[in-house]
Design a binder for this molecule. Structure first.
Ligand code: ADP
Length: 193
C-alpha cells in the first residue's frame, strides 16, 4: 500500500489537493473533518459531542478520532493506498497511526506539508465560508483553529522530518501548479518502491 498524509494549516488547500491526488492515483480518501461533519449531519451520539468541539475550533478528543480511524481503515483492506487528510493532528495520533499501519504490515510512504502565508489562510477560509456553510468558518473560530494548529499539529512536521518522509510544498500558486509539484513528488516516490 502507498499511504500518504496531507498536512497543513486550515485553509491551506488540503481538501482540494487530496481530491486531486485520489483521483489521479486511485487512493482511498480518509478525511477526519468530513467523517466528523457527517456524524454531526446525521445527528448521531458522537455527532452531538464532536459538534461542541468543532464549533469552538478545538480538536476533537483523540479517543473519538481513534475510533473513527479504526473503523474507516478496517474497511479499506483492498485499497491501493490510503490518503489521510486532516489526520494525524497531534503527536499522539501520529504514533497511533504508525502502530496501526504496522499491525497491517504497512506504513506511511510520504507526508506532504502544504504551506500558505497566514494572511492568505484567512482570505481562503473567509472566502470559502460564503458558500461552505461550515459552522467553523467564522472569524473567531478561525483564530482558534490556527492557534490550535500551531500548538498541536505543527510539531508533526519535525516528527515526519525525522522519519525522512516530509516533503514541503508551497500552496500559494494556482491549484493546478501546486498539484503538478505534488504529482512529481508522488511519482518519484512511487518509482522507489
Ligand atoms: P481544516 O483543516 O480546514 O480545519 P478539517 O475538515 O480537517 O478542516 O477539520 C475541521 C475540524 O474537525 C477541526 O477544526 C477539528 O475540530 C476537527 N478535526 C478534524 N480532524 C481532526 C483530528 N484528526 N483530530 C481532532 N480533531 C479533528
Amino acid at each position: 500500500m502507498f499511504n500518504i498524509i496531507v498536512l497543513g494549516a486550515p485553509g491551506c488547500g488540503k481538501g482540494t489537493q487530496s481530491a486531486n491526488i485520489i483521483h489521479k492515483y486511485g487512493l482511498t480518501h480518509i478525511s477526519t473533518g468530513e467523517i466528523l461533519r457527517e456524524e454531526v449531519e446525521l445527528h448521531t451520539a458522537i455527532g452531538s459531542v464532536v459538534k461542541t468541539f468543532i464549533d469552538k475550533g478545538f480538536l476533537v478528543p483523540d479517543d473519538i478520532i481513534m475510533q473513527e480511524i479504526l473503523i474507516n481503515t478496517s474497511i479499506q483492506d483492498q485499497t491501493k493506498g490510503l490518503l489521510f487528510d486532516g489526520f494525524p493532528r497531534t503527536l499522539f495520533q501520529a504514533d497511533y497511526l504508525d502502530d496501526l499501519l504496522m499491525q497491517k504490515k504497512s506504513k506511511i510512504s510520504l507526508v506532504l506539508q502544504l504551506e500558505v502565508d497566514k494572511n492568505e489562510l484567512y482570505n481562503r477560509i473567509l472566502n470559502r465560508s460564503k458558500d461552505s456553510q461550515r459552522s467553523d468558518d467564522k472569524l473567531e473560530t478561525i483564530h482558534k483553529r490556527l492557534e490550535v494548529y500551531y500548538e498541536q499539529t505543527f510539531p508533526l512536521i519535525d516528527y515526519y522530518k525525522k522519519q525522512g518522509k516530509l516533503h514541503i510544498v508551497s500552496s500559494m500558486a494556482p491549484v493546478k501548479d501546486v498539484f503538478k509539484k505534488i504529482a512529481d513528488i508522488i511519482d518519484y516516490n512511487l518509482n522507489l518502491i
